[in-house]
Unconditional design. Structure first.
Lengths: 183, 267
């Protein structure tokens, strides 16, 4: 993990939260707002370390709550729990496979809002819930699943464009060249 | 990464959550508004882009269409001026009569136009942020209107922007009355998560004379919303609580899903 990756991740979180609040396109068409933070958590937990995952959960959660009517800090723990669970099993996950990324994004996008709503209900708040919430949950999960491979692609592209390239070592060394025949 | 580091990160996140969720309500609201202010440059950027696009579209509008619209607006303006003169005269007469009877003078409200800049990113709340703040004279609990009908109230105010909680959210309850002979009254409560245009009107007595299509207005009780602001129309109603009360569904007059500009009523 580098500072560059972490900054890039936090920048993506800022843009994701702003996009969710400023452009209600999906909300108008699908009657459900898509949340991209769980998909970013999947990327952070698989490709970066636990500190970056925690930082994303704290910053992303606080930014999300600041633009929402959620009590401040409520979104942090559900996001972090999602990332932490994936991080614990990261060695067993085929992180380069788009299908695995989709499934993880789907699961994370389903789990994070569920935990948040459960917390709100436990805290005595009254969020708007009904049969329509099931549709919203489905849309959020599927959209999160679709967004995850795209996020992996975009971060890979950014890394190739902006990050430094690893020097490729060749096995050929000119000082150990065997010369045959008369010199 | 070692197990010890895992525990450290877990502990730190837990501590942050514990501190943030246990902040006093006032501090928490201020902190939320301060963090929300970090998005102001992005909001400005988007507004500028939209304005540029709007200007470009205006430049492309045909001249004939603009002249026709101008003419229609001029006619409407003349009619509204005449109505305003009549209304002024009625208001003066009303004031004189109030003085004669000894009724309390009614406050006049000023409306301030605000632009909706952000919407709640969570599906389970119904709030928006507007571009007026305490520097524009806004304070909590001021009524907010769009298309001459109620949409909500100001719930928290920062220097440059404010949060408006919309009708249908569980934190926005409005005392309302139905425009019928019995003047049935009740409370506008939360709506469903799916359809933002429908809200519930509850706490009627059994003997109501409700009919679909009747207008619902603010009753003025509760002290937040002035009397007589249109809310919507009755869609249907049913008996609840073993027939002790009636609950009606109200179709809101304003389209909450497509709010672009709103009016904040200031005393």
């Amino acid at each position: 993990m580098t500072t560059f990756h972490t900054i890039l991740l936090l920048l993506a979180a800022v843009l994701a939260v702003f996009w969710e609040a400023a452009f209600p396109g999906t909300s108008r068409w699908l009657r459900a707002q898509v949340d991209l933070l769980p998909a970013l958590m999947v990327y952070a937990s698989l490709c970066l370390g636990l500190p970056a995952t925690a930082l994303l959960a704290v910053c992303g959660g606080v930014m999300f709550d600041s633009l929402s009517a959620n009590p401040l800090g409520v979104s942090i723990l559900p996001l972090f729990a999602t990332g932490f669970l994936i991080h614990l099993r990261r060695e067993l996950i085929l992180r380069d496979q788009p299908f695995a990324q989709f499934v993880l994004g789907l699961a994370a996008s389903a789990l994070a809002p569920l935990l948040t709503v459960l917390w709100l209900l436990t805290a005595g708040r009254t969020p708007l819930l009904g049969w329509g919430s099931l549709w919203q949950w489905l849309v959020m999960s599927v959209a999160g699943g679709i967004a995850t491979p795209i996020i992996f692609l975009m971060f890979g592209w950014c890394e190739r464009l902006l990050g430094h390239r690893r020097a490729v070592e060749s096995s050929f060394r000119s000082d150990r060249e065997i010369r045959r025949g008369p010199s | 990464m070692s197990k010890r580091s895992h525990y450290m990160v877990l502990g730190l996140v837990g501590l942050v959550v514990l501190v943030l969720t246990n902040l006093p309500s006032r501090t928490s609201t201020r902190l939320k508004l301060a963090i929300g202010s970090l998005f102001l440059p992005l909001i400005g950027l988007v507004s500028a882009a939209q304005q540029t696009a709007g200007n470009a579209a205006s430049a492309l509008a045909p001249r004939g269409e603009l002249i026709r619209q101008n003419e229609a607006l001029r006619h409407e303006n003349q009619q509204l001026r005449l109505q305003a003169i009549q209304a002024e005269e009625t208001a003066r007469e009303n004031e004189r009569l109030r003085q004669v009877i000894g009724w309390q003078k009614q406050n006049t409200w000023k409306a301030k136009l605000a632009r909706v800049i952000l919407r709640d990113p969570a599906n389970w709340w119904r709030t928006v942020q507007i571009d007026l703040g305490s520097r524009d004279g806004l304070r909590e609990n001021l009524p907010v209107l769009a298309n001459e009908s109620l949409v909500g109230r100001v719930s928290s105010v920062s220097l440059t922007h404010a949060q408006v909680v919309l009708l249908g959210d569980s934190n926005c309850k409005v005392a309302a009355r139905v425009d019928n002979e019995a003047h049935d009254s009740g409370i506008i409560g939360s709506g469903g998560p799916f359809d933002a245009s429908l809200v519930r009107l509850a706490c009627f007595s059994r003997t109501t004379t409700l009919k679909p299509g009747q207008n619902v207005l603010t009753s003025g009780d509760g002290g937040i919303f002035p009397k007589g602001i249109p809310i919507g129309k009755i869609v249907d109603f049913r008996a609840v609580e073993y027939g002790l009360f009636t609950e009606a569904r109200v179709k809101l007059a304003a389209n909450l899903g497509a709010l672009e500009e709103v009016w904040v009523m200031m005393p």
